[in-house]
Design a protein around this ligand. Structure first.
Ligand code: HMH
Length: 230
């Protein structure tokens, strides 16, 4: 099978590592988006930040049921009972995150009840909903879950690196997703995805790769929307 990695090669770095190398340009397009780079260099438009805040609150409210659907799939399909704890911990942090969005929005004067989801957000939420179907394999769903979290982790971690000029009022936001604990959690999700992808039939592998690319595209569109460049 030319162009394809052997199973042994895949087991060394994991399928996710292979895909990250193969799709590194689109991945860095999602994590090093101009909106994120503007936070990092301190030139961010605070109106754009407020737009992101309100829109992401709506996104997270749709993301929670998606994570619940992954939990159900893990319970039904997983070959490792410890997956459930990792997914549950993600759900628990979403509870905290929703409370955080509310208090952060109040600080910035953003009325969450009046936020209207923009098209990129609606499209992304509809995509999440399609992944909640029982027809979507656990392996595909956990790959998407990892990618959604990993993009935020990678993006906001950049804004905390040495030399970044992130405005003080945004560092707490960046720490939410850029902190080491969130990084560890993403690594746990990546390990689960790699384990599943390492023993999945080729047709499911293809579906997972396509789904990963869709996630990255939606993430870029979400940043574009926030940045006002949609
Ligand atoms: C758009 N992607 C988007 N919002 C989020 N909060 C995350 C990923 C990570 O939780």
């Amino acid at each position: 099978m030319e162009g394809k990695k052997t199973r042994e090669e895949v087991e060394k770095s994991g399928m996710i590592g292979t895909w990250m190398r193969k799709h590194r340009l689109i991945y860095s397009g999602a994590t090093k988006h101009p909106f994120i780079l503007s936070i990092r260099d301190g030139t961010v438009d605070l109106e754009a930040f407020k737009t992101w805040l309100g829109q992401d609150y709506i996104f997270v409210r749709a993301f929670a049921p998606f994570v619940a659907s992954v939990l159900i799939k893990a319970w039904k399909e997983s070959d490792d009972s410890s997956d459930m704890e990792v997914i549950l911990s993600g759900m628990a942090s979403l509870n905290d995150e929703i409370a955080w969005f509310k208090s952060e929005a109040a600080k910035w004067g953003v009325q969450l009840s009046e936020v209207v989801p923009q098209k990129a957000n609606q499209d992304y939420c509809r995509f999440l909903e399609s992944l909640m179907s029982p027809d979507v394999e656990y392996t595909v769903a956990i790959t998407a879950f990892w990618a959604i979290e990993a993009v935020y982790q990678g993006s906001f971690a950049l804004c905390l690196e040495d030399g970044s000029k992130t405005p003080a009022e945004l560092t707490e936001t960046c720490r939410r997703w850029g902190n080491d604990g969130f990084g560890q959690y993403c690594n746990s999700l990546q390990k689960i995805a790699n384990r599943r992808l390492g023993k999945t039939p080729d047709d499911v592998l293809t579906k997972a790769e396509v789904t990963l690319l869709r996630v990255l595209e939606h993430e870029v569109e979400f940043w574009n929307m926030s940045h006002g460049s949609a």
